[in-house]
Design a protein around this ligand. Structure first.
Ligand SMILES: Cc1cc2nc3c(=O)[nH]c(=O)nc-3n(C[C@H](O)[C@H](O)[C@H](O)COP(=O)(O)OP(=O)(O)OC[C@H]3O[C@@H](n4cnc5c(N)ncnc54)[C@H](O)[C@@H]3O)c2cc1C
Length: 327
């Protein structure tokens, strides 16, 4: 599986996302020097695509049509597959975002590629790629060999460091969008309502996440969790008990039917540790649990556990963190 490796990029506010930078790092680790190319779609593709050059990617394929800003992932997958063919790529890599995982799955079927998502390690193995990924909610790690002429993978967030900078001035290649079958343009996104969230990093990108559960008892107590998060510069998450009760929006939910996160540090406050919650956070590097019940299942996965009343512990912890950090 030698040859070009294509990175599907995502950009926010004119910059490549952290997930894309991680994908570039993975691509560089498996491709020969100079064999990584970028792909970006949308009206800002050309301006944001320049960000690839910062990490040594000298050729960037851009589909800079404004219609792509509202296009579905099927359209992006179609264009990425077409670009992979134009570029002579054998491997396509995307970041571990909702879009990255979805596009990789669609592209794999369109492009006849062996694929994997949630990848935490990857290495060349002769003509194939060998990847490792957590399975069964993080209770096991699968090693998978991707054989054949094409491979497509989405990496797990924070599993890989961003690549070192190696600035080059990239050249741009325009990808024609007229190859997209009309049926794929069919579903149109009419509007996007952004769910308001507090200040601080987003759940998917954060290196620290503080989540609250039913143990906080009521919506008006949830500020304790948010203040702890703020003191740490963390994103705020929640268990489903909290989102079902309407204490916080569904976008906060971590777990099987919510977001999957794998930050450097995950703090679970008043969360019992049901399997459906663990699935979404168990691959976090360090897990801290605060719970009054010493037999709560969360302590089975926690690296550090505090058994006690969150209403005493959390405010004291927040105060101490603020003091140490001079906040
Ligand atoms: C199909 C399906 C999908 C699901 N998807 C998800 C999902 O994506 N995410 C998710 O989170 N759940 C999900 N669930 C729900 C899951 O099974 C649990 O019901 C839920 O995670 C429980 O949330 P909790 O831990 O906040 O509440 P509880 O299980 O009620 O735990 C509350 C904890 O707070 C502790 N506590 C209470 N008072 C205090 C105090 N004063 N100080 C400290 N600790 C205290 C208790 O000891 C307890 O351990 C799903 C369930 C199903 C069936």
């Amino acid at each position: 599986m030698n040859g070009v490796t294509l990175v599907i990029g995502e950009a926010h506010d004119g910059s490549l996302s952290e997930a894309t930078r991680e994908a570039i790092g993975v691509a560089r680790s498996i491709a020969d020097p100079g064999e990584v190319v970028g792909f970006l779609a949308g009206s800002a593709a050309r301006s944001s695509g320049a960000g690839f050059g910062r990490f040594g990617v000298a050729r960037v394929f851009v589909a800079d049509d404004p219609r792509l800003d509202a296009a579905t992932n099927s359209v992006i997958a179609h264009l990425a597959a077409a670009t992979a063919d134009i570029a002579g790529a054998s491997v396509v890599v995307a970041g571990g975002t909702i879009l990255g995982r979805d596009v990789i799955a669609r592209l794999a079927s369109r492009w006849n590629a062996a694929s994997a998502t949630g990848v935490i390690a990857v290495a060349r193995a002769g003509e194939a790629l060998e990847v490792r990924r957590p399975v069964f909610g993080g209770r096991a790690t699968e090693t998978r060999r991707l054989e054949g002429p094409h491979a497509a993978l989405a990496v797990r967030p924070h599993a890989f460091a961003a690549p070192t900078e190696a600035p080059v001035e990239p050249t741009f290649v325009t990808v024609p969008v007229d190859s997209v079958p009309p049926v794929l343009w069919g579903p149109k996104r009419l509007s996007v309502e952004v769910t308001p969230r507090g200040a601080g990093p987003t759940l998917g990108d954060a290196s620290i996440v503080v989540s609250g559960g039913r143990g906080v008892r009521a919506a008006e107590n949830f500020h304790l969790v948010e203040e702890l998060a703020q003191s740490l510069g963390a994103a705020v998450g929640a268990s489903r008990a909290v989102t079902d009760a309407g204490w916080r929006p569904a976008s906060f939910q971590v777990g099987q039917t919510g977001r999957t996160v794998s930050p450097q540090l995950y703090v679970a406050v008043g969360i019992s540790g049901a399997i459906q919650h663990l699935v979404g956070m168990v691959s976090s590097r360090t897990i801290v649990a605060i719970n009054s019940d010493a037999s709560a299942p969360i302590f089975k996965v926690a690296d550090y556990g505090v058994v006690g009343d969150l209403f005493q512990i959390v405010p004291a912890l927040t105060q101490e963190i603020r003091r140490v950090r001079g906040q």
